[in-house]
Design a protein around this ligand. Structure first.
Ligand SMILES: Cc1cc2nc3c(=O)[nH]c(=O)nc-3n(C[C@H](O)[C@H](O)[C@H](O)COP(=O)(O)OP(=O)(O)OC[C@H]3O[C@@H](n4cnc5c(N)ncnc54)[C@H](O)[C@@H]3O)c2cc1C
Length: 466
């Protein structure tokens, strides 16, 4: 174990807990992934950024950096493809085209990929929002929808968007989604999609071939959870308008982007255009709940890797002999040492939460793991932001500039406190779940009190201090 390359990435303690649950095949794949990261992905990051045009705003959205396609080819050859696609029935639904790993095995892989979160997930076809969208199509799509959209997504030939958040609507409460409708046209019987979404990741990408859109299809249904369906809208269709890319602290994330999108009377067929065909009408909520569980955890897995990389960058900076202050290396100042120790402890604690949630998905499915996923969802991004903030601080002003990757890490991870549901919504749910334990706690206390009063009486005592 001591010479395992994974120990450069995760703590020996965490590895010793999970190693017995990791198959030999996954261990071999992990070693291959680490080699791929160090020999191919990390050295390509600067070129990737350099290949995104800076001359005109339009050019930024017109092409994809060629290095990415080269890395995708290499990843496929090495078997590092669709690693996120877990085993079991899901493999069958996806035509056996995935990695077939357990969620726990994938957690270790995804953390490793987080060391190059901009490139590694895309290079291995493991990036959001495609992974969640492939999952939706694999689980709920008709066979024609799978052939048309799932197969090219699995091959990495196209990209996709998931369009839920609405302009002007508080979308963290999904029952609010109302400005996008897909209602039958009186003359053709087709559904006409109308709506205004924003923050739609990937909608700017020239490879994008499908938007999965949450739309109201039955506004009068008495159950607010049966009013919506997921509809499939191809961005090439008449009526789809990508209005503008939004920026995150000034970053536009070209060529993928997070875009404002208007659907202005787009015509779709019920059987081919509703996820699951006619049988999928009214199932929007059910499907989005299933989609978001593992996806939220995938973000957390990668985030641990990003935080670890920020700590690595911090360690190097504070050990740089050219950066001494007051006659000392930065690492010799007590506050810096404390920052390092806190960062190490926080990353290692957060990793355990993520690994536990991944293991829980393997045992109890995404629904059974909701509590563990929810806790990871609202704790891991904030932990990583703290670590990155410390790393930026030791760099002085340079830390918030474009000359280190730290500012971009900070911007992109800050978005995870909203994306897939803001922290507060998860915090509220976990708090409510905890409160459900009170009745049993009261019963347990009553039983213990009864026994302790009996013990006091038997020993001739009436009162005790606690
Ligand atoms: C970079 C990025 C990418 C994104 N990609 C996508 C995408 O691909 N597809 C998509 O559909 N959406 C996407 N989103 C949107 C994201 O999912 C939403 O921003 C999020 O769900 C919150 O919805 P909202 O912005 O409408 O905020 P609102 O619903 O208006 O909420 C505003 C704030 O209210 C507070 N709040 C809400 N509920 C509670 C509560 N119960 N208790 C206390 N406070 C509460 C929270 O602080 C919350 O941030 C993306 C967002 C970002 C930043």
């Amino acid at each position: 174990m001591s010479d395992s390359p994974v120990l450069k990435y995760i703590s020996a303690g965490a590895w010793s807990l999970v190693e017995p649950l990791i198959s030999q095949r996954a261990k071999t794949l992990l070693s291959t992934l680490i080699e791929f990261m160090e020999n191919d992905v990390l050295p390509s990051e600067k070129l990737f950024h350099a290949q995104i045009p800076t001359d005109s705003p339009e050019a930024r959205w017109a092409s994809v950096p060629p290095i990415l396609e080269e890395l995708k080819d290499k990843a496929k050859q090495k078997g590092l493809w669709n690693l996120w696609l877990s085993g079991g029935d899901f493999q069958g639904m996806a035509g056996g085209q995935g990695g077939g790993l357990s969620n726990l095995e994938y957690a270790v892989m995804a953390e490793t990929m987080g060391h190059s979160a901009i490139l590694a997930p895309q290079a291995t076809n493991c990036s959001a929002p495609d992974t969640g969208n492939m999952e939706v199509l694999a689980r709920y799509g008709t066979s024609k929808q799978k052939d048309k959209y799932l197969v090219p997504l699995l091959k990495g030939e196209i990209r996709s968007s998931f369009a839920m958040t609405e302009y002007g609507v508080a979308s963290s409460d999904a029952t609010n989604i109302r400005n996008t409708t897909a209602l039958p046209s009186s003359n053709s019987g087709k559904l006409i999609v109308k709506g205004h979404k924003w923050w739609i990741t990937g909608a700017g990408d020239p490879r994008n071939a499908i938007h999965i859109v949450l739309a109201m299809t039955d506004p009068q249904n008495p159950s607010p959870h049966k009013r919506h369906s997921l509809v499939l809208v191809e961005p090439r269709l008449q009526g789809v308008k990508v209005v503008r890319p939004l920026t995150v602290f000034g970053y536009d994330d070209a060529p993928e982007g997070h875009c404002e999108v208007v659907y202005d009377g787009v015509e779709i067929d019920v059987e081919s255009g509703v996820v699951g065909g006619r049988a999928g009408l009214g199932k929007g909520f059910e499907i989005i709940q299933a989609r978001l569980g593992p996806g939220r955890l995938h973000h957390c897995m990668r985030t641990i890797g990003i935080a670890s990389r920020a700590l690595d960058i911090l360690l190097q900076r504070v050990s740089d002999p050219n950066r001494k202050t007051f006659g000392k290396y930065l690492r010799e100042h007590g506050t810096v040492i404390a920052d390092i120790a806190h960062s190490r402890a926080e990353i290692d604690s957060a990793r355990l939460l993520v690994l536990a949630a991944a293991r829980r998905i393997d045992i109890a499915g995404a629904k059974g793991a909701m509590q563990d996923i929810g806790i990871a969802k609202f704790t891991v991004p904030s932990m990583a932001l703290k670590v990155i903030d410390r790393a930026m601080q030791v760099h002085g002003a340079e830390g918030i500039s474009q000359d280190t990757p730290l500012a971009y890490y900070y911007a992109s991870l800050r978005t995870l406190r909203y994306a897939d549901g803001p922290d507060e919504v998860h915090i509220q749910q976990i708090g409510k779940n905890e409160l459900k334990r009170v009745e049993k706690l009261n019963q347990k206390s009553a039983k213990i009190n009864k026994e302790s009063d009996k013990l006091l009486r038997e020993n001739g005592k009436v009162k005790a201090k606690l």
